[in-house]
Design a protein around this ligand. Structure first.
Ligand SMILES: C[S@@+](CC[C@H](N)C(=O)[O-])C[C@H]1O[C@@H](n2cnc3c(N)ncnc32)[C@H](O)[C@@H]1O
Ligand code: SF4
Length: 459
């Protein structure tokens, strides 16, 4: 795939990642406890009926200079135990509002670094979930791990705790790059680690995270990293574009001093990775994810049944409304969002007082729910059939279209640039257009124009 530097310049503007609609910067502090409880109660009648659980573990041994996540240093570890106890208490408070017949299809531990805390506490927390909720037959139990903290014993403990999906932050195999961003390499040789994760059990999937656009990275170096990744044959792989938001994450300023790659270099790294991964048989999913062709996400994309939440892509089988626990965690319910306090100490204090530790949230109007579904369709499946989607949503195609900005001039410009095909009955993003799908989604979004300055650039 060839993408001209003119196109890259033209579309390299701040746009949301649309992990939610509306994006999290629209959430409001005036969201109340009553709003939260109403959303929880109404979620029992909502769709999908399944439950997805997200547990945020904010602690890390040290902070990587690029990090955009809600993470904090673990220090002496004094907060860890009280934090896990607070998470259990929050789960009990929220579970009281959830219909006991609804099954859990997905659990995701993210962070921060869930494997930075004693794994006995993670095992205990997982058992607590199994005792609190009903589960579908083969739920997905996922954990994000920093491989610098994974030895053979840790892998055994996590598998014993019933985890079956492991997401490992590799970022780059080049140790100089890792040193520049304040990060340790994998404790075990990666091939040995993957083999042990997969050993002896059916249905374990391994995902590897990479990043491009970090100081010192070059197109040739990133290509070497991708070649090494392909040899490991992970089930899934993500190449994240480094999101530079120093106004939100002050530690990222350090990377400006070390010299960030130019935009055209960054795009060239992505394209070279994309080429190598496709050539090796990986199927691109959404913005930056790749899966083996036999993966259920590949099948879901073919049938235009791919879904997505804050935790990543999912299929109809595992998709659920997301109930999230822990500091900064965002619940993603049918009629709105609620986010917990970001500071772990504030979170622990509020929970110990029996108070739901809300930071902010958002109650969706009927129109916003419909717009969100359109945005999700284009971001996940790269295709909108207006009649089919409107029937699924129970509205007329005319009403659905009237809620969006369908500016003929803008659509025609995307089409002229080879990014989009469209007619009155459909929109289809081309393979080239998938690189700019955030721009296409933003052009449809009536709420986008007023918030442009708050997002990272699309490349
Ligand atoms: C919570 S971390 C993964 C788990 C673990 N803490 C680790 O670092 O290995 C999730 C992933 O987000 C990605 N990430 C973090 N900061 C980012 C940023 N500023 N831009 C793009 N991706 C980022 C990294 O690839 C990272 O592996
Ligand atoms: S990338 Fe992972 S290990 Fe590094 S600071 Fe962020 S959450 Fe922690």
């Amino acid at each position: 795939m060839e993408i001209s530097s003119e196109l890259i310049c033209k579309y390299n503007v701040p746009v949301p990642r649309y992990t939610s609609y509306p994006p999290a910067n629209h959430f409001s502090g005036s969201f109340s406890r009553e709003d939260h409880v109403r959303l929880l109660k109404e979620s029992n009648q909502g769709s999908p009926r399944n439950i997805a659980l997200y547990i945020h573990i904010p602690f890390c041994k040290k902070i990587c200079f690029y990090c955009g996540c809600n993470a904090c240093p673990i220090g002496t570890g004094r907060l860890v135990k009280p934090y896990i106890e607070a998470v259990k208490k929050e789960i009990s408070i929220v579970a009281a509002y959830i219909d006991k017949n609804r099954p859990v299809s997905q659990v995701h531990y993210g962070g921060g670094t869930p494997n930075a805390v004693p794994l006995s506490l993670i095992t205990e927390l997982n058992e607590f979930l199994f005792n609190t909720f009903r589960f579908i037959e083969k739920p997905e139990i996922a954990i994000e791990c920093n491989p610098s903290l994974l030895d053979h014993a840790a892998v055994d403990l996590l598998k014993g705790a019933r985890f079956n999906r492991f997401s490992l932050g590799i970022q780059d195999f080049d140790r100089d790059i890792l040193r520049t961003v304040n990060r340790e390499p994998s404790a075990l040789p990666e091939a040995e680690l993957l083999a042990h994760l997969k050993e002896g059990e059916e249905g374990i999937t391994v995902n590897l995270d990479f990043m491009y656009g970090l100081p010192g990275q070059t197109v040739a170096g990133f290509a070497r990293t991708m070649e090494q990744a392909i040899l490991l044959r992970p089930d899934r792989l993500v190449t994240f574009s480094y999101a530079h938001v120093p106004w939100l994450k002050k530690h990222q300023q350090i990377l400006e001093k070390k010299g960030l790659p130019a935009t055209d270099q960054k795009m060239a790294m992505f394209l070279e990775g994309h080429r190598l991964l496709c050539q090796a048989g990986y199927q691109p999913i959404g913005l930056d994810h790749y899966v083996l062709p036999e993966d259920e996400l590949s099948e879901a994309l073919k049938n235009r049944m791919l879904h997505r939440n804050f935790q990543g892509y999912c299929t109809r089988r595992t998709t659920g409304q997301v109930y999230a626990f822990g500091a900064s965690a965002i619940s993603q319910l049918e009629k709105g969002f609620s986010q917990n306090m970001i500071d772990p100490e504030d979170y622990i204090t509020k929970i110990s007082q029996g108070i739901i530790p809300l930071e902010k949230g958002y109650v969706l109007s009927r129109e916003e729910i419909l717009i969100g579904r359109v945005i999700s369709e284009i971001m996940c499946n790269m295709h909108i059939d207006w009649l089919e989607l409107s029937e699924q949503l129970g509205v007329s195609a005319e009403e659905l279209k009237s809620l969006l900005i369908l500016n003929e001039r803008v659509l025609e410009e995307f089409a002229q640039d080879g990014l989009l095909e469209y007619s009155p009955s459909f929109l289809r993003v081309t393979p080239e257009g998938s690189l700019f799908v955030r721009n296409i989604a933003a052009s449809l979004d009536p709420a986008y124009q007023s918030h442009t300055h708050q997002y990272s650039k699309s490349v």
